[in-house]
Ligand binder design. Structure first.
Ligand code: ADP
Ligand code: MG
Length: 569
């Protein structure tokens, strides 16, 4: 038999604080968010000993009125919410009235504050369940909160802390990321008596980007075209990395919803989806997304530290963000293509960014090439300034020239891009397929067959007919029209499918994979006409610069680069 005890206030406070104050950076977050909510223009964060000795946040915001100060450190005391109905439309970062109380239950807290109208400042201390009395104190306008001896009364928590420098690094990276969304506020971070960094208020968002991502990485960022998110009931702003400059993880993806820095699986997913055909599998774009939605579309009250939010119209938001990102990258790719491959005046017209679904049905990519039919758009869109194919190099690259620059095309990557765009264009209308003379029976292991089961329907859309044929056996009865003859690489395709399917949108993955394993490979000898058609068609692609896995399809040596090689400039 066990006895049920009523916990005392101190223990209750520590349990509640446990959810909010996990480590020093959590204290910084609560205090800095309070400062921003108070309309501060300057916020200074002073840290000692990685935050376990001291965290002090000073701001020049509106301050706390003397009569209110005694309530500030109390649990569930807030000025940001008056009634439960206010929860529906939260316009501030805080609202739970738990920040100061939680900090006070695990550290010695002193709050000094003065409002604009008050002649003097006031001060209060709070620790564990003891809240002191409000007394006068000299203070400039604004608020200063000091938290000393963090977790001294919770030794287990102390043990989980890393070294002071590691804890300080978390503080610095959280604060600098947070600052991205508040360029009008000057943030200063001090550690052990030294100014570590200062971010002066600025009207140029790129300055902050450079401080967070580094100068070079920030220069490579492209602004999101807000027009891409027209369908959104709100706005999307931000900067995203261009294809080719990605990272191995998502840590440099800064996501804000209504000014809250958070880990939003939804936003991160939409970013990945919008980026999917530009990135190599397993690589991640970096940058910052700032989503502003009507307050009643966002429920931040799903997580004690508000590190994720629930969106009322999540799938619409997902779609709008994905589209905006894809459109931004699309425009960027076309621009780069114009700069690099078809300089102004060359008269190349690009295919419209949206894929034309009214394409003639495809017999064979190659036979179409031979007939000179465009993969995209209309026949009159063939580039006017033609790239002349000079030679195939190493059975892998195509060397071409327009009389001014040299172009090296990776035949596999280029063909893959063309095939991919064709498949995407046809999807939904069930691509024609070609029956195999002798249906192929394949046997798969458990992982492969699970992956295949998930993909069957999409494969069918793409023109590949595979049906279960006994346990873990499948029969391939037809392949996408025109591909069969080129020995569709089923084994390679299945390997691709089983490789971490969460990395990108399944549909696009399958199509990219289908494209990849149905086209010219490196080391294959091509006829001159085949190469010419490949180069022509590539230029009509919506995104001609990269294959669906994000590898470049071509490099160009322009007159300037050539002159440089011969030391003429
Ligand atoms: P919340 O932010 O959820 O309201 P807190 O415990 O963090 O809860 O703060 C309680 C209250 O104290 C706030 O609602 C606000 O009125 C006041 N307060 C806290 N920090 C500041 C500050 N830096 N400037 C002005 N008022 C503050
Ligand atoms: Mg707060």
């Amino acid at each position: 038999m066990s006895t049920i005890y009523q916990l005392d206030e101190v223990t209750i406070g520590q349990i509640a604080a446990g959810e909010i104050i996990e480590r020093p950076v959590s204290v910084v977050k609560e205090l800095v968010e309070n400062a921003v909510d108070a309309g501060a223009a300057r916020v200074t964060v002073t840290v000692e000993g990685g935050g376990s000795q001291l965290i002090e946040v000073t701001d020049d915001g509106h301050g706390i009125a003397p009569g209110d100060l005694q309530f500030a450190p109390r649990r569930h005391a807030t000025s940001k919410l008056a009634a439960a109905s206010d929860l529906e439309s939260i316009g501030t970062l805080g609202f739970r009235g738990e920040g100061l109380a939680s900090i006070a239950s695990v550290a010695r807290v002193e709050i000094v504050s003065r409002t604009k109208d008050a002649a003097n400042g006031t001060r209060i201390v709070a620790h564990a369940d003891a809240i002191g009395v409000v007394e006068p104190a000299a203070a400039p306008q604004g608020t200063r909160v000091r938290a000393e001896g963090l977790f001294e009364n919770v030794p287990v928590r102390r043990e989980y802390l890393r070294s002071p420098s590691a804890e300080f690094t978390r503080i610095s990276s959280w604060l600098s990321s947070f600052a991205l969304a508040y360029p009008a506020v000057t943030f200063t971070l001090r550690h052990d008596g030294k100014d570590v960094w200062v971010m002066p208020a600025t009207s140029d968002p790129r300055e902050r980007l450079a401080m967070v991502f580094g100068r070079d990485a920030a220069n490579a960022l492209i602004p999101i075209d807000p027009a891409g998110a027209r369908t959104l009931d709100g706005t999307l702003r931000g900067f995203i990395s261009a294809p080719g400059s990605d990272r191995a993880d998502r840590r440099m993806q800064m996501l804000f919803v209504n000014g809250r820095l958070l880990r939003s699986t939804l936003l991160a997913g939409a970013w990945t989806a919008g980026y999917s055909t530009y990135a190599m599998i397993g690589r991640h774009p970096y940058g910052v997304l700032m989503l502003e939605l009507p307050p009643d579309h966002v429920d931040p009250n799903v997580h004690p530290t508000k590190s994720d939010v629930r969106l009322r119209y999540g799938s619409q938001v997902f779609d709008a963000v994905r589209r905006a990102i894809a459109a931004t990258l699309q425009a960027h790719a076309s621009e780069r293509f114009r700069e690099h491959v078809a300089p102004a005046g060359a008269g190349v017209s690009l295919a419209p960014p949206s894929v034309d679904a009214s394409l003639p049905h495809v017999e064979s990519l190659f036979s179409r090439f031979a007939h000179g039919e465009p993969v995209h758009g209309r026949a009159d869109e063939v580039p006017r300034r033609r790239m002349r194919v000079l030679s195939q190099i190493d059975c892998t690259y195509i060397l071409a020239s327009d009389g001014e620059s040299l172009l090296l095309v990776d035949q596999h990557a280029a063909h893959e891009r063309i095939a991919y765009e064709t498949i995407v264009a046809r999807a939904g209308e069930h691509a024609p397929s070609e029956p195999l003379l002798v249906p192929l029976t394949i046997e798969l292991d458990a992982t492969q067959s699970a992956a295949l089961d998930r993909a069957l329907e999409l494969l069918h859309e793409g023109g590949l007919e595979i049906e279960p044929f006994g346990e873990r056996s499948y029969r391939v009865s037809s392949t996408p029209a025109g591909y069969g003859a080129r020995a569709f690489d089923l084994a390679g395709f299945l390997d691709d499918l089983t490789e971490d399917p969460k990395q990108r949108d399944v549909r696009e993955r399958i199509w990219a994979s289908l494209a990849c394993h149905s086209v010219t490979v490196a080391g294959e000898r091509l006829e001159p006409e085949e190469m010419t058609t490949l180069v022509d068609r590539l230029q009509l692609c919506a995104n001609p610069m990269h294959c669906p896995h994000g590898r470049p399809t071509m490099v160009r040596l322009g007159p300037v680069e050539i002159a440089r090689m011969f030391k003429r400039v």
